[in-house]
Ligand binder design. Structure first.
Ligand code: ZN
Length: 195
């Protein structure tokens, strides 16, 4: 297993429509393990393959429905996932490992039903609610080149700036979508220049 680099918004792979998985081989299973490690390391609660530069329809999401004392929650490994049913609408602030320190309010379904293949290639159906429904919708968006900044209410976008005087440990600095996109693009360009 290996930690993989997480791409930042502005990298073209994040805007591509990811390809369906045709066959599950050792390479794909290894990538799934890498994605789980990378997600926990970040730390995050979900990760889509395009975020590590692999334009295929694969996502991992932590199971947020189980609230026990385990150090690591269980992780769903979903291949070719798609939402076949969505119900209700909930507004909440979310973030993304590919848009570091940005948050914004996004309207998401309250409940979704997702069809996918599991890591053995067996068809599965999952019903998810609340934060799990939000997380899986967010990850499946990545497979179509869509990110939360595209969907967030424009006035809700803000940088989370560390601030020990604030109870949350950070304060919010409002930013426009355009400014945020430009800031991420500069990060990507600088990383490229540094090789
Ligand atoms: Zn994301």
């Amino acid at each position: 297993m290996a930690l993989r680099k997480i791409l930042v918004c502005g990298d073209p792979v994040l805007r591509m429509k990811a390809k369906r998985v045709r066959s599950i081989d050792d390479g794909l299973l290894e990538m799934l393990d890498d994605m789980v490690e990378t997600m926990f390391d970040a730390p995050g609660i979900g990760l889509a393959a395009p975020q590590i530069g692999e334009s295929v329809r694969v996502v991992v999401v932590a199971d947020l429905s189980v609230d026990d004392d385990q150090e690591r929650p269980e992780v769903h490994r979903l291949i070719n996932p798609r939402i076949v049913e969505a119900e209700g609408q909930v507004e909440a602030a979310e973030g993304c490992l590919s848009l570091p320190t940005l948050q914004g309010v996004v309207l998401r379904p309250r409940r979704v039903v997702v069809e996918a293949l599991d890591a053995d290639g067996e068809p599965m159906v999952m019903e998810m609610e609340g934060w799990s429904a939000r997380a899986i919708s967010h990850e499946i968006d990545h497979l179509d080149g869509r990110m939360f900044i595209d969907l967030a209410e424009p006035d809700s976008l803000a940088w989370m700036v560390p601030d020990e005087e604030d109870d949350r440990g950070y304060r919010l600095n409002t930013v426009s979508k355009q400014e945020a996109l430009e800031a991420f693009q500069r990060l990507v360009d600088r990383a490229k220049a540094d090789g």
